[in-house]
Write a protein that binds this ligand. Sequence first.
Ligand code: MN
Length: 482
Amino acid sequence: MTFRQLQEIIKQNYSDADIKLIEQAYNFAEKAHQGQKRTTGDDYIVHSLYTAKTLAELKLPVPIVIAGLLHDVPEDTKRSLDEIRQEFGTDIAKMVEGITKLSRVKYRGIDRYLENLRKMFVAMAEDIRVILIKFADRLHNLQSLYVLPADKQKRIALETLEIYAPIANRLGIGELQSRLEDAAFKYAYPDEYINIEQIIKSNFPLKKKILNSMIRKIKTRLDKENIKSTDIYGRTKHYYSFYRKYLKYNRDAKQIYDLVALRVIVQDVADCYAVLGIVHSLWKPIRGRIKDYIAQPKPNGYQSLHTAVFGDDQEIVEIQIRTRKMHEQAELGIASHWQYKEAGKIDKKEIAWVNELADWLKGLKDNTQLLEGAKIDVFQNRIFVFTPQGDVIDLPDGATPIDFAYHIHTEIGNKCARAMVNNEIVALDRKLKNGDVVQIITDKNRKGPNTEWIDSVKTRTARHQIETYKNKGWKKFLPKFK
Ligand code: MN
């Protein structure tokens, strides 16, 4: 990897990038790291270049790419953060500082997990861009993992799968999530990786042939109907994502229809539905497999139309239809905003959960019991429900009205008597769905929560409050000391 190669990507992906400033950053980093080698034997600067390359491939703003080039300078060289600030300004220096803080992890084992999680969220709450640089940095470290001893490989790979990738998923950055997962997969579960690789490679050639003929048919019809597609192509499922599905279907690969999928990218929403109609007139759709994520987006913002059809040669093929903007949202999630909005500005509401978790993690000592709580909340898919006033409440998938009540206020949880969902009385352990309007009816004479609720709640707040009440309840049976 050379600076030339990075320059090429920048020229392709940016219309008016400040190439001079990027070159200045490269020269600065190259000089600072001079003489340093990676464990692989490469010059250190190669790592900085790869990190910047990933960020430039995602078309992130130039200051982030520059911070990527400089990210290891203060930690590993004689040049200081102050010098970076003088030369490149406070904004870039701040990002580099964020990365530096993130790289100092002291503990081992479960404490290390917690420390990592805490640092990631604190860094994200301060500046969400830092986490993107960290992902790019980690991606290259995974690519050079082959030189490390097996135990270290496994630790870094598992940490990636358990912390980095889920955060990328939650931020909707599918592109980085799958790159991180696939790079970590072979070190985390080597035997499984080989198995999955074989399944995918043996199925691929036939699927590809069918896909190509189907793409031709769709193109012809689109031309006839005068619908402009910006892109039609086949995409192969990423290894780790295939593996997850494979486990879900009890290791029966035949049940996984989207090993390869056909993707159609069009100009607007109306065209998406028009293409869906065309596809269904060409091939018979499979009942129950049409998903309209345009009308009902996934919690992380994902939008597309999905359908599965009996394609050519009766092979089942999944087809995904979306606009260019939806496509960028799917690949880049929160990072895609930078291409549409002002640089660096993200809707605060969208990352409110980051701040909330950062605060909670900051206050946390080393309670491993609560660690489960963290895993529960961060890494579950989320649903969005509404208060009767129309406020959006973000909850983990499977959350109940009790979770909702505790999310609003502890007292509302403790005094919760009944719940109405979409104007109907429902059981308090009913699982809420995206878009539900939830109303809690409290009973002010109620002493506290029903401790059995703990079996159905999904949020740490609810669990914690019910547990606290339960423990207090027990305490009254203990002898009092005077
Ligand atoms: Mn690094």
